[in-house]
Design a protein around this ligand. Structure first.
Ligand code: OXD
Ligand code: MN
Length: 601
């Protein structure tokens, strides 16, 4: 080590979950020698440590205190205006060959990339504190649970990771001292938040992530998109399980018949709302409970698929969240929450577009500027976020900590599509279901930088998150099906279809319970359906629409298949498959042909 060992900070014993595994210690010292921090802070995730870091963050304006009477223990963080979303164009999968990363990932050669990142990290933490965060993804007694360490020079990252993961001693203990144990190395440095020097790099072969130049959640909470999905999906293929961008929910009838479903929707398409759904009055006695709102890790046991949520909190999109759209989320975020890039009302409360009640007459917007309802700009950034512990969700499922996971009866794919795709339909079998996932598309949202509202193929909602060749990923899905003697049924949903006048045809939110009920009925073998070229479709009377104020024409329209639109859709599937340059498994190409042929029948 070239430099003298940095001092341990703070000296009063806060922050003391020091790893005991020599491999981890060696890595930490190597990064410290490179980045030359003033201090090393070994995070333990304790309340005392958290209070200390909040106090420091308030002093340094990293956090702003919200009105503690209105939102107790809650704070606002404003990120740099050039750093407000995931940056897919600067995200790299650094496998030894380009083919391993595949056609949907940015690839960069590992050796060169390490060298480039080392040059950027050299001396990057001078005068700063280096935090070492031990964390665990998954319940303590799950065979799927993984350990990670994140090194960061951002207090905001530490505060968020404490909510999003099981952090501290529990992770250190679980890892133990085996020098060959599997653990993820994550290094993050803010550098100078310069988009020109912003790189989110994954080295799946080394179980390593290096992220520089950003302070935004999805780029820097390395547990989430980087480990749980990109590295996770790579490990899942090697180890025969699935790491997916899916919520997990439980749905229980008044008679106590309970099913779990997992659902993949692209970012900012309502996964959190669906996972926390409150059934409408007509469904009195039905209960929906949340296991997870963003990520599912699933394994095969006794021929069934079982899912765990590797996370411990929610990093959700704030705008549009209200007592109407998501009362459970509103309760969860009414205290102990970190808000990022929302507006600050004059009474010290957090405010955002779509919150219940009238907008404030004056507020400070997410950039720190004066805002009034007459302003042209949004008060809260469209991708502003809450970070809140899952234990504060009133609808948390009682089996969320169960190590073996929850048995999955149905998998749902869904996107934001104004046309073509009906409200819900069911695949004929597993390979057809994989085809539905592989051809999923959605209009883009503010969760990633770039144009909003453009239809893009986003297979299994994993386009930005699959850590290896997408063709191999599809094959992995097909292979997993062969190991399932009791596979989940696979569905596709679209809450966002619009009518001729551009209005949404379906009310969404709690009313999605009606679709969920049909899905459960299909799992129980009681739901009716009509065979169509695209799959099993409910007819209007197969859906329970009692007490729903909806025009019958709208129901027919939203369940309809327009043959012309589907010819275009089939062409778009082909175009997408072709764009992947020959990596598509034969079985999925055949599925496309069968779909085209069914339209000819
Ligand atoms: C997220 C995302 O933050 O998908 O969950 O962008
Ligand atoms: Mn997500």
């Amino acid at each position: 080590m070239k430099n003298p060992a940095p001092a341990i900070f703070p000296p009063n014993g806060i922050g003391d979950a020091r790893p005991t595994n020599q491999a981890v210690l060696d890595w930490v010292h190597e990064i410290a020698a490179l980045t030359e921090p003033e201090n090393i802070f070994w995070c333990d995730g304790s309340d005392r440590e958290n209070e200390f870091l909040i106090a420091e963050s308030l002093k340094q304006n990293v956090l702003i205190k919200l009105n503690q009477k209105k939102v107790p223990h809650s704070y606002l963080h404003r990120s740099d205006p050039n750093d407000v979303a995931r940056v897919e164009q600067f995200t790299f999968v650094c496998t030894p060959t380009k083919e391993e990363a595949g056609p949907t990932n940015n690839w960069s050669e590992p050796k060169e990339t390490y060298a480039k990142l080392r040059a950027l990290l050299k001396g990057a933490m001078r005068g700063r504190t280096m935090f070492v965060i031990p964390y665990m993804m998954g319940p303590p007694d799950s065979p799927l649970t993984k350990i990670g360490f994140e090194i960061t020079d951002s207090k905001y990252v530490v505060l968020n990771m404490r909510i999003m993961t099981r952090m501290g001693e529990i992770a250190v203990k679980r890892l133990g001292n085996d020098p060959n144990a599997e653990w993820n190395r994550g290094t993050h440095s803010l550098l100078d938040i310069n988009p020109e020097r912003r790189f989110i790099c994954h080295f799946p072969q080394d179980n390593t992530i290096i992220s520089v130049g950003s302070g935004y959640g999805g780029n820097v909470l390395l547990s989430k998109k980087c480990l749980a999905l990109r590295i996770g999906s790579y490990l899942a293929r090697k180890q025969a399980w699935l790491a997916e961008h899916m919520l997990i929910l439980g749905v229980e009838s008044p008679e106590g018949n309970k099913h779990y479903v997992a659902a993949a929707f692209p970012s900012a398409c309502g996964k959190t709302n669906f996972a926390m759904l409150i059934p409408p009055k007509h469904f009195e006695g039905w209960k929906v409970t949340t296991v997870g709102d963003d990520i599912a890790w699933m394994q095969v046991r006794d021929g069934r698929l079982y899912a765990i949520n590797p996370e411990n909190g929610y990093f959700g999109v704030v705008p549009g969240t209200s007592y109407k759209s998501n009362p459970n989320a509103m309760q969860a975020i009414s205290h102990d929450t970190l808000y990022t890039n929302v507006a600050l009302a004059d009474d010290g409360d957090a405010w955002w577009e779509g919150k219940d009640g009238d907008p404030p007459q004056h507020a400070i917007d997410w950039r720190g500027n004066d805002w009034t309802p007459a302003s042209k700009e949004k008060a809260a950034h469209p991708n502003s976020r809450f970070t809140t512990p899952m234990r504060d969700n009133p609808a948390l499922d009682p089996d969320v900590e169960k190590g073996e996971g929850v048995p999955i009866s149905a998998i749902i794919f869904g996107g934001r599509r104004s046309d073509t795709v009906p409200l819900v339909y069911e695949s004929f079998n597993w390979p057809h279901g994989v085809y539905l996932g592989a051809t999923m598309a959605s209009e883009t949202t503010a969760a990633a930088t770039g144009a909003v509202g453009r239809v893009r193929r986003d297979p299994m909602a994993m386009l930005p998150f699959c850590g290896y060749n997408i063709g191999d990923y599809f094959q992995h899905w097909l292979d997993m099906g062969k190991r399932l003697t009791n596979p989940p049924l696979i569905f596709n949903v679209n809450w966002f279809r619009k009518g001729v006048n551009g209005q949404f045809l379906w009310p969404g939110f709690g009313e999605n319970m009606r679709v969920l009920k049909w899905i459960i009925d299909r799992c129980d073998g009681t739901g009716g359906a009509l065979k169509s070229p695209i799959g099993w479709l409910p007819s209007p009377h197969d859906l329970d629409l009692v007490e729903l104020d909806i025009d019958h024409k709208c129901v027919a329209e939203i369940l309809g298949i327009d043959h012309e639109e589907w010819q275009r859709e089939l062409a778009a599937h082909k175009e997408f498959f072709d764009s992947l340059g020959g990596v598509m498994p034969e079985q999925l190409l055949e599925q496309r042909e069968q779909l085209a042929a069914r339209f000819m029948e």
